[in-house]
Write a protein of this length. Sequence first.
Lengths: 394, 394
Amino acid sequence: MPESAHHALILLIVFGSAKFLAELFERIRVPGMVGEIFAGLLIGPAVLGWIQPAPFLESLSELGVMFLLFRVGLEVKPAELFGVGKTAMLVAVGGVVLPFLSGWGLMRLFGATQLDGIFMGAALVATSVGITAQVLASRGLLWHKSSQTILGAAVIDDVLGLLVLAVVSGAAKGPLNYGQLATTAFMALFFVAIVGYYGTRAVDALAPAQTKLRIVESEFSVAMVLLFGLSLAAIYVGVAAIVGAFLAGMALSPSAGQRLRDLSSGATELLVPFFLAGIGLKVQVEGLKDPGCLLLCGALLVAAILSKLVGCGICAVGNEMRDRVRIGVGMIPRGEVGMVVAQLGLSMGVLSQIHYAILVAVCVGTTVVAPPLLAIAYRGVEAKGSAAEYPALH
Amino acid sequence: MPESAHHALILLIVFGSAKFLAELFERIRVPGMVGEIFAGLLIGPAVLGWIQPAPFLESLSELGVMFLLFRVGLEVKPAELFGVGKTAMLVAVGGVVLPFLSGWGLMRLFGATQLDGIFMGAALVATSVGITAQVLASRGLLWHKSSQTILGAAVIDDVLGLLVLAVVSGAAKGPLNYGQLATTAFMALFFVAIVGYYGTRAVDALAPAQTKLRIVESEFSVAMVLLFGLSLAAIYVGVAAIVGAFLAGMALSPSAGQRLRDLSSGATELLVPFFLAGIGLKVQVEGLKDPGCLLLCGALLVAAILSKLVGCGICAVGNEMRDRVRIGVGMIPRGEVGMVVAQLGLSMGVLSQIHYAILVAVCVGTTVVAPPLLAIAYRGVEAKGSAAEYPALH
């Protein structure tokens, strides 16, 4: 089979099965995006084995989550996000301590080594803003104050998670270099703060120049350059590319026209199913059939859910009980950063293959429970902005 | 540098430089897409060497040309295309004989072997519908009867080009299997005819089912499944994926809503620069500095241009002179199929490295001269459908 046929087949199977299961899940009132993750599980090594994780899919998945965060950023007004800034900061910190301790403690309880426990704890720290944002956006809930708090906290959490990762991987390699660590922390927080705060003004200042461009769809072209540029800058300062993508969207959000939103939605709609199915593709179930592993997996999943719910809920000062629950639930899903920690632990020889499989399963588990829980937590909240206007799957 | 940083850097450099040169070229009144090809030439191995052809870029380029043809198909009404069917068929056949003979003859004149000459001739047969479609669409000229003829002829030409390739590569391997060849030819033509003719009816018949879907953006999702499915089917019957992509767009064209057009435009706008810059990336200039090679290259380029212009123009029966010139010019660009022939010839040891480089340069050359020539040929023709409505670069 020629390479091009192979790619076309992958596109068809992954996209087609994701949408097919999304439709099935919607019909039994489960968010469609859970169906898309299950599609990856179904067609991947875990069940049918039709599709294996491959560089081609990984590229599309990477672009997908980048566009997802960009498109979410486009819906977030910087002023509103800064209005909940202090609470978001507290929530993010609250979501680091408890998950880390519970992951580490459980692993130690099950007889794992100190370093093994520390890696598991670190992997449970970072919230996957992508999943939560997808659910909130597709349900028209991004306008709600608690949603803004979740998004802000999740972005800060991503930064904190990568710092924890830096500490942990440093510790695994040998004695820590505190000076270098402080530099990394400072650079990351500085980048987020500066771009978040001044991004919109910079975009506004450059707007007159953009209107003078003669290329067709110049607004979209300039937006893409900003998206790719800030994603790259984010990686260089030590945070994930998606943080830069989110900041690019947010910087453009006050000035973005409908055409930019439509075109970005097109790229997002095409690519996001590859991100979601890609999560399911990474789950390996062979090792998980052992009862002891299943127990550890279940215990870690419960700990991962409760630790964020309680840790973030408690720290969401100035919110009433209902909003504390919403914020806590919104912080549950773990994703990209957790996977990065897992892969690093595996490649460093700290995490065993079986603990790696458990960790991936727990990350996917938190991702799968979040959308239905969010739907329950936000019951009765009015949806604003039609779903068709936002480029997402329920 | 981590993998993700590498990808973000590639995205930024390729997309950014493509749009930058497109803007520069527009300002000196050269179509922007020529600038995007030159951007690939500039950042690629030919000049600066910043970016090398790589699987990641190749994937995006492949998706880009698929979406380009899909988006073009969306603008083509099947009834109008079938209205020019007979002329298109004649034009396509006319565009096979003369280019093949001139490519083969020139190579023999310059002392190449028989097989070498046959490969060069075969490589000059197939018109790249992508480039012409891009120019016609971005200038709002798709409605014109000559444009419809060009598109129809280019699609048939793609099929014929792949048949010539099958003959040639069969001849290089040993005695020809005429039975297998006839089967391939029949399958390919049958596929194009059936999907082209019944595609729209099938889509219309399925439309009521689509409206019952509960997933968000269901029209886009169904369209993508059709796009990937027909692209795959096209490869299986022996033609290029882009032929399937074009047929998918055309099948949807009468019923497609504005939302589907907008979302497809977004994916197209994102991906097409990678296709265009990818053409430039593939040019290697080292071998071309020798005067003899430069002469052969120039002679082949002139022959490639004139043979299509004359061969197709003569066969465009029932058109007045002006339209014959337009059709002839529209058939000039060679692209994907020519590159496929070149790569195959190289890997079979039939084409030398230097003849490979010459062939790629000639393909790119025909691609670069076509947009300005088309702009001249269509001078005075009214543009219909705003450029902003169509997802293309001038």
